[in-house]
Design a protein around this ligand. Structure first.
Ligand code: CA
Length: 663
């Protein structure tokens, strides 16, 4: 459609009130909705009174309803809101209202909408149905004021561990008392019955720098009124974005409890030297009708197709219109709120490709102002088509246009283990040599490097990161099979011993690569979900971390620990800039199943030069070490410190080797 026609069509629509199409996006005359600039939406607690403001530019009336209970029971009172500036409605109440539950209700087209807590609710009761008049800044655990986040010199110094709150502690032998709860993270020196450290003690022992929590804002699917019934969900069905999920608290009815317990979790992790990253799902809501967005400003928060139906790039029935000013404002405001009120150190954006680049860039600018070390990364893809033009989407291939934002590298992920969708396809670690180049591409963090053949990459056709800090290197996460399950399916003839070797080799590649490394919780002791591919609502028996496996697979665990230590002790694996990578990292010409590269180490590394060799194949492979004497750190996946070697050696099947030189 040409510009003139769009312009004329919009004029006609503006006059008639029908919808129009702009930038391929179906919109009502949302552009005429006033932008409310101030940051005082929702409840604001002043010294003597509490103010409430909601944005609803097309409403004909607005009221607050008050209740004594979070669910059920009859209304104790209602209070009309008065029309205020820029599409907002407001009222005030005295301090005696504190503790009461409330809903907001808008009158639109002559009808009262459903009662909701409102988009800016920062405290809610059971199942997030009603807001609660609670000041979150008063719900602090002891010592909260001195709590500080975890800063890193460079973003590639971070080592991320992806975890679900319930999985972490729910196993009977987790050694933690607060099973499935935020408070499990506050328990120190926990262990299994045979004394193996679990919980936060385990995280410290392993050496990860950041924990990335699967959704922890209030979501729909778990019934918080039944805490004793085993229920599980990943939580990708948002309800109230600015409130912690109630089912992980010890009392979902009282908002102050979930707020304080969430902060206690953050503080305990910070005390252990571990940063906290939240998985945020601003790309869709758990449903549309009956939730705060749709009931306050119908249509505005969601994208629609040309037929006026909800569009569905999330695959979950709706998608959020991040490009609209008041939606963009909401997302930025919400993220800043989690940073300021809950001391969050970073965010992982679910289906980031649904968001527009302008919003992501604004997020990066605004959040970096609060904390220059903030970690921001996301899935650079969508789950379905979107009305948002492709060139505006925050896709992986556009990462270079979003400084400060990183994307997951599905290139290295599928390169190492085989394609996620084709379960039986083998990866480099299963001897699929066609994927060597994709793995090399991941090693340089998807940046431009002259020794990469970009015509031969699995999921990309060119570099997409400007800097290695824009690439999250990983091989497995909560989605799809666990690494162990995938390797078993893709390599059915491999012995148990070989599967173990492939498993450690997979993350040896990740942990020595130049992007930001990311591990799926439990991978360090070969987590399995018994072959279940999508466990988003599977029972605990499938999802939980089975802590006894740590002792059972103690050799594997030791290897993971050694590799993490290697990375954290040697800045050579964290060069940090594309310029440094281009200058200091070079691949060796290898044939057959090897990948080998050398790094001239930076000055602050105890080593001067590093040589890394991976063998993804089932056979021993002869390899000529570059000139001179090399000290061994790992040889054939075994720690073999102290040996000095040179010349021709043989590299073990499915193995990693690390050598170094000091001039
Ligand atoms: Ca909930």
């Amino acid at each position: 459609m040409n510009t003139l026609r769009v312009f004329c069509l919009c004029i006609i629509i503006a006059l008639t009130g029908f919808s129009c199409v702009e930038n391929g996006i179906e919109s009502m005359d949302y552009d005429s909705y006033p932008y409310y600039i101030a940051d005082d939406l929702g409840l604001i607690f002043n010294r003597n009174e509490i103010k409430y403001r909601v944005w609803s530019p097309t409403a004909e009336g607005a009221r607050l309803n008050f209740y004594k209970s979070p669910m059920g029971g009859s209304k104790v009172n209602s209070q009309e809101l008065t029309k205020s500036n820029l599409g907002t409605w407001m009222t005030a109440m005295d301090k005696s209202a504190e503790g009461l539950y409330y809903t907001v209700q808008l009158k639109l087209n002559g009808e009262w909408q459903d009662e909701v807590p409102g988009p800016y609710a920062r405290a809610v009761g059971t199942n997030g149905l009603r807001g609660q008049i609670v000041d979150p800044s008063k719900c602090n655990p002891q010592g909260w004021r001195s709590d500080k986040g975890v800063g890193k010199k460079k973003k590639t110094d971070a080592l991320i561990y992806e975890l679900h709150i319930r999985d972490f502690s729910i196993h009977p032998e987790s050694g933690m008392e607060n099973k499935g709860k935020y408070l499990a993270f506050t328990e120190l020196q926990t262990a299994t019955n045979d004394g193996t450290p679990t919980g936060v003690s385990h995280l410290k022992e392993l050496g990860v720098t950041h924990v990335h929590l699967l959704p922890t804002f209030d979501y729909l699917s778990v019934d918080e009124s039944k805490p004793d019934t085993p229920q599980f969900n990943w939580g990708y069905d948002p309800q109230n974005y600015n409130v912690p999920e109630g089912s992980y608290s010890t009392n979902a009815a009282d908002a102050s409890v979930r707020i304080e317990e969430f902060k206690s979790m953050v503080m305990a992790l910070h005390s252990a030297g571990i940063g906290v990253i939240m998985d945020v799902v601003y790309n869709h809501t758990g449903r549309v009708d009956g939730l705060s967005f749709e009931e306050t400003v119908p249509g505005y928060y969601y994208r629609h197709t040309k037929d006026g139906e909800l569009s569905n790039a999330s695959g979950c029935g709706n998608e959020i219109a991040s490009e609209r000013p008041m939606v963009r404002k909401f997302i930025v405001n919400s993220l800043k709120y989690w940073m300021k009120e809950y001391h969050i150190d970073g965010f992982r954006f679910d289906l980031m490709g649904i968001h527009d680049q302008e919003t992501m860039n604004l997020i990066s600018t605004e959040l970096s102002r609060l904390n220059p070390d903030v970690l921001l990364y996301g899935e650079g893809w969508t789950a379905g088509d979107s009305p948002l033009a492709e060139n505006q989407r925050a896709l992986k291939k556009h990462t270079h246009k979003m400084p400060g934002i990183a994307a997951f590298s599905d290139d290295i992920r599928d390169g190492i283990k085989g394609h996620w969708y084709d379960h039986k396809s083998k990866g480099f670690v299963g001897g699929n040599l066609e994927l060597r180049e994709s793995v090399k591409f991941g090693i340089v963090g998807a940046t431009p490097h002259k020794e990469i053949n970009y015509d031969n990459i699995n999921n990309s056709d060119t570099s997409w990161a400007s800097e290695p800090s824009q690439c999250v290197c990983y091989v497995s996460c909560h989605d799809n099979h666990t690494l162990y399950d995938k390797l078993k399916i893709a390599n059915p003839d491999a012995s148990d011993d070989d599967i173990k070797k492939m498993h450690v080799l997979s993350n040896a590649i990740v942990l020595t690569s130049q992007g930001i490394p990311f591990l799926h919780a439990g991978v360090e002791f070969m987590r399995t979900k018994d072959g279940v591919e999508n466990s988003y609502q599977s029972p605990d028996s499938i999802n939980r971390i089975v802590w006894n496996q740590k002792e059972k697979h103690s050799e594997i665990y030791q290897s993971y620990k050694d590799l993490i230590k290697l990375r954290l002790e040697h800045p050579a694996f964290r060069l940090g800039t594309t310029e440094s990578l281009q200058k200091n990292l070079s691949f060796l010409e290898t044939d057959s199943s090897l990948i080998a590269y050398r790094i001239v180490a930076p000055e602050d590394d105890a080593w001067d030069e590093v040589l890394v060799v991976f063998n993804g194949g089932a056979k021993w492979v002869p390899f000529n070490l570059p000139e001179g004497l090399w000290q061994v750190e790992f040889l054939g996946a075994r720690k073999d410190e102290g040996r000095i070697i040179s010349g021709a050696i043989d590299i073990d099947p499915y193995s990693y080797s690390v050598f170094y030189k000091n001039y």
